[in-house]
Each structure stands twice: as C-alpha cells, then as structure tokens.
Design a binder for this molecule. Sequence first.
Ligand code: DP6
Length: 398
Amino acid sequence: MDYLKLDESDMVTFSAPVNIAIIKYWGKSCQKLNLPMNSSLSLNLNQDHLQAKTTIATSSTFIKDRIWLNGKEQDVEGNTRLQACLKEIRRLARLQAVKRNEDVHRVTRCSQKVHISSRNNFPTAAGLASSAAGYAALVAALGQLYRVDGDLSGVARCGSGSACRSMLGGFVEWVKGGKSDGTDSIAQQFVGEEHWPELRVLIVVTSAQTKAVGSTEGMQRSVETSALLQHRVDNVVPDRMKALTDAILNKDFSAFAEICMKESNQLHAVCQDTFPPLRYLNNVSEQIIRFVHAYNEHCSDTRVAYTFDAGPNAFLFVLERHLSEVASLIYKIFGPATDNATDFFRGERFKAYQSDLPDFETKICPTSAEYVICTKAGPGPLQLFEHNISPKTGLPLP
Ligand code: DP6
C-alpha cells in the first residue's frame, strides 16, 4: 500500500472489559436484533488482567472494511454481526453530523471504510466472553471515530448480546426492554466498580480450548427445545434479579453467592434440558463445584461462589480476607502435578501458597486446572493513545 500517513484523528483505540454474568442471558426473543428473553446482570472485570484492545483507522483510500483478530484477517462480508454494528453506527453518525450542521467532509467521513485491528490478552472463545469485550471495544472506538454521542450499548448488543454489558463499568444490568425495534434493550450501570472493593474473582482456567457449540447456536437450540428455559424466564429470573440487586447494594456476600451459584446451575440445567443436550462443563469444572460446596460447609459460612458461562472455566467470587486461603486450597487440589507452579497464579498478586490449610473431606479426585487469574471489578471501555495499526500502511502492527 502507498505511503498513507494517517493522522491522530484518523485512528482511535479503545480497550474494553470481559464481563461475567451473574444473572444469565440465555435465549433470544429476536435473533436478528439480539433481543434477550430475560434481563441479565454481570460484573465487568479489571482490564489489567483481561481486555480486548481495538484500533480503528479510517482513510478515503481504504477500498473496503477489513478486520484482523489477534493479527489474523477475518471475513467481513459474511460477518452479519459486524456488518450490523458498522451499519448502525454509520447511520447514527450521519444523523448526528447533519443535526450538528457539520461540514460535508465530516458527514461523508461517516461512510469512509475502516480497518480494524483487535487483540485479546486472554484465550479467545474459551468461555471468557471474548466476543463481548471485542464488540464493546469496537463499538466504543467507532463511536469516538465517528463522533457519535449517547448510549452505544444497543449497537454493541447487535454484535453480541452480552457485549452491551461491557460498555459500562462495575455491575451492569442489561434491561431486556419491550419494544420490538430493540431501542429500549440497553445496558445500565447498577453500581460502579468501586462499590464493593473487597470482592475478588478467581478465574480457574480448566481449558483454553474453543468450545464445541457457541453460545448463539446453543441458546437457540435451548429456545427451540427446552421447557425449563421458559419456566426460568417467567418464574425464576425476575425474583432473582431483585434479590441479587439487594444483595449487591447491601454487600451481602452469602445472599450474593447463593443466587450466583443457583443461576449458574440453572443455566447448565437448561443446557442439559436442551435436545440434543449441551455440555459446557468438564470434569474439572464439576470438581470445582464440589470443592466450593464442601469448603463452604466446612467453614459453616458461604465464603466462595462459582459461576460458569458457556464454557468450562470457573469464575469464583471470594472476599479479599478469604482470598489467600481459597487460592491456596485451589493450588493444593487443582494445581499442577509437578511442583513447578511459578505462573499458576496470574493477575493481581496475593499470598498464594499458604501452608496451614484446613483439612476437610472433599472426595475430590486429583485433576488439574491450567492456571488461575486473580482479578476484581473494573471500569468500562477506556480510550488508549497507543494504536495497533501502522499510520504508514493502515495495516496491523506485528
Ligand atoms: C452464557 O452474548 O455470547 O455467557 O448474543 O448470540 O452473541 P450472542 O450470545 P453471547 O451469550 C452469552 C451467554 C452467557 C451468559 C451471559 O453472558 O449472560
């Protein structure tokens, strides 16, 4: 490509967080618009440990929209979700540019082609919500590039439903809305990332492999075949949402933990009730569930809670004062067979290898997890000033 020399206003970079759902989204009332059957609520995680980082460049010389994920070019024409986001943001941009009486150059710029380069610092498609973080970073960057004001969570939702919840920090609710055009199906911050500073999340990665059946296909199969899903939507989620928001406001860990685990269990019960059934948990995931219940019982107190999305990796919630003991137990039970544990714990630092551990009957067979990321609540999308597209070539930097 010719020497381009993109300037600062032609490139925008945003990072966005991974979110972990506590009240799960599973099932759509409209596939085209990604409208959910029920409202959901999640926590955004700290971007120091898990983030998608997306640079968007625009130039009148670009002949088509192009996208690279982790350096590998992907198809754009056949990607209907990406097309939907691009189309919607350009529509909003043109509308707002005309309203602001901007000059012709700015209005036509909204139609210029883009090059998008996105990178994750965690395994893609392993149940760590990579598409949510990816679409949130993409939409935040497009919004800034095209100078679109107002709520953009509805645009992120067109990319991936759960992505709308990565557009704000802390605990975020995706309100299902009632309009058929989806304009009221948006994300709202419930409380910011500073609300519950003692809360920690241990992500026990039990497999960094891509899942067999993606969420989109899996939930559609549940909508078509699971009777339990409709029961859950009508009779379970509304009360749970109320109880969960109360627990978060009061920082009531026991109440929070119980809802969190029951929600995860119900998601996977719906998966089991789907025909043919969906299985996202693996043997290590099952052992982690057993460990959590055995440990809480041993302590006569709820100190840890698990939740799993459509993948085998466990997201454990624990308060800071119990972090060291819980993590040390995880290392003892699920750590590598060899004593080479230098990078078993990643993310936030803490005292990980406590020796005076409680001895309780877990009936757990020795199985090992791959690694554990320790993290906590974090903010929504952040603008960065280091781009990963070359201003000279318009292509991703290595
Ligand atoms: C189990 O948002 O990935 O993680 O809207 O089809 O892209 P699409 O699905 P996606 O589904 C996420 C499902 C979940 C639960 C949740 O995050 O609420």
